[in-house]
Design a protein around this ligand. Structure first.
Ligand code: AMP
Length: 277
């Protein structure tokens, strides 16, 4: 497993890879969710590149950039047994050279949900992912359904900018009690960790309603809000029952829908989602 930081080293190492390349972009502090993406990339490509970069431009000024958990040695030891060819750990100076002023923006899809709560977030995400795609030239790139809107936005960007690659979206990996794995789960104390299951519980309750025949988007949103309100350590930021493709809120569910939410558990902001239909 080659570990490279500079663009020159990345390019030299990339040129030595013959055949198909799968890219797994991450911000590190890896968990089983990330590793599931790496395993799928390993199964589907001749070579696998994992990038580890805590991208400053996707964090808002009041967000957790400076506290974001980092442990490169641990990450590398998790990746070594998985047959990863290369780990790219660029510095912020490599990705954003002095005087930087070039951005990639996806329009309508980034307006609701995470985009509404985190102004500028997706501009940071699409810009860095476009730069990772340019530098690593992958045939396939792997993202998690955990960040459903991110996956949709990157799919859109890939088509719109004619990137010659396939975006692969992998299922959300969860802890035994249903909590979606996230690097941010590290912030939770014991009581908060228990309370954090409210995201999964409320998504399940909403899905039960749907499976019982309910198609009224407002009733489904109300069910999720009700469960979150019952959890004293939880503070809802948004709940959504939206069209799967446009991400617009639904009055009536007809085709595929995305249930999603952002909830503060104490100071920690968690997101989760289910797909219906
Ligand atoms: P991050 O390091 O948080 O930027 O995540 C890197 C990639 O891993 C993104 O495509 C995420 O959607 C994906 N990911 C994060 N958590 C999970 C999870 N629990 N299950 C599957 N994929 C995940």
């Amino acid at each position: 497993m080659k570990i490279v930081s500079s663009l020159a080293d990345l390019r030299t190492a990339r040129l030595s890879l013959d055949g198909t390349v799968g890219l797994v972009p991450t911000m590190g502090y890896l968990h089983e969710g990330h590793l599931s993406l790496v395993r799928q990339a390993r199964a589907e490509n001749q070579h696998v590149i994992v990038s580890i970069f805590v991208n400053p431009t996707q964090f808002g000024p009041k967000e957790d950039l400076s506290n974001y958990p980092r442990d490169l040695e641990r990450d590398l030891s998790l990746l070594r047994p998985l047959g990863v060819d290369m780990v790219w750990t660029p510095s912020a100076e490599v990705m954003y050279p002095s005087g930087y002023q070039t951005w990639v923006e996806v329009e309508a899809l980034t307006n609701p949900l995470e985009g509404a709560m985190r102004p500028g977030h997706f501009r940071g995400v699409t810009t860095i992912v476009a730069k990772l795609f340019n530098a690593t030239q992958p045939h396939k790139a792997y993202f998690g359904q955990k960040d459903a809107q991110q996956a949709a936005v990157i799919r859109r960007m890939t088509v719109d900018l004619n990137f010659p690659l396939e975006v692969v979206v992998c299922p959300t990996m969860r802890e035994a009690d249903g909590l979606a794995m996230s690097s941010r789960n590290k912030y939770l104390n014991e009581a908060e960790r228990k309370a954090a299951t409210v995201l999964f519980r409320s998504l399940n309750a909403a899905r039960d309603l749907y499976e019982g025949g309910e198609r009224d988007g407002e009733k489904i949103r109300a069910k999720m809000k009700e469960l979150i309100a019952d959890e004293p350590l939880a503070q809802m930021q948004y709940v959504s029952c939206a069209d799967y493709d446009s991400l617009e809120e639904l009055d009536a569910i007809k085709g595929k829908a995305l249930l999603s939410m952002a909830v503060f558990i104490g100071k920690t902001r968690l997101i989760d989602n289910f797909v219906l239909g």
